[in-house]
Design a protein around this ligand. Structure first.
Ligand code: AMP
Length: 209
């Protein structure tokens, strides 16, 4: 299954993708993560990418598409994948179409006020990638899985969040229209397991078609 996950930053894309990875045995390809790796490399390109990410604006298409194309060429993508964070614009969807046929698009929807609340309190583990939230019961500031101290992403600070949500708002309708009846819409207002239930049923049907 070749899947696209659409949704604003903080809407629960990453969490939903992890459930899909577990049940359907396909890799999650997050362009945000792939680009953060490039930024960490310290190269000139990495420095440039890091600046875009810090501000919450989109990295230029030629860079993002090249990084994604290289990842898609790896063996583990042969039986399918979930794209988390790509495409983000109509142009990116058109570029993607030149290399793969997408089977379905899951679009996660959540009120912007709730997204901002979730993003400002989001914390990440630099070691294992686990995500936590300062509002969660039992939050200690250390990772639940590996105990490493958590950190806040620079782009989870208020100014960058505003930019990221604006960028999302401008681009989402053309993307939904582009994918037409391939789109399955869900709300992530409830718990992650409630959000996942209808998605799982949808994907099981798709798999058996
Ligand atoms: P994310 O981790 O998905 O929230 O992405 C973090 C940042 O990475 C974004 O704000 C962009 O700067 C960059 N990024 C991720 N995916 C894309 C994409 N498809 N196109 C351009 N920039 C991207």
């Amino acid at each position: 299954m070749k899947l696209v996950l659409l949704g604003a930053a903080g809407s629960g894309k990453g969490t939903l993708a992890k459930s899909i990875v577990k049940d359907f045995n396909i890799p999650q390809l997050s362009t945000g993560d792939l680009l953060r790796e490039v930024a960490k490399s310290g190269s000139d390109l990495g420095k440039e990418v890091g600046q875009y990410q810090q501000k919450g604006v989109l990295v230029p298409d030629e860079v993002t598409f090249k990084v994604l194309k290289e990842r898609l060429a790896k063996d583990d993508c042969k039986n399918g994948f979930i794209l988390d964070g790509y495409p983000r614009t109509l142009n990116q969807a058109k570029l993607l179409e030149t290399i793969v046929d997408i089977d379905a698009v899951i679009s996660i929807e959540l009120e912007f006020d709730e997204i901002v609340k979730r993003l400002v309190s989001r914390r990440n583990c630099p070691n294992c990638g686990e995500i936590d939230n300062t509002e969660h019961e039992g939050y200690t500031g250390n990772c639940r899985k590996c105990k490493t101290p958590l950190f806040q992403r620079d782009d989870d600070k208020p100014e960058a969040i505003k930019t990221r949500l604006e960028v999302y708002k401008q681009n989402i309708t053309p993307l939904i229209n582009f994918y037409g009846d391939k789109v399955f819409k869900i709300s992530s207002a409830n718990s992650p397991s409630e959000t996942y239930k209808p998605v799982k049923l949808f994907l099981e049907r798709l798999q058996n078609e």
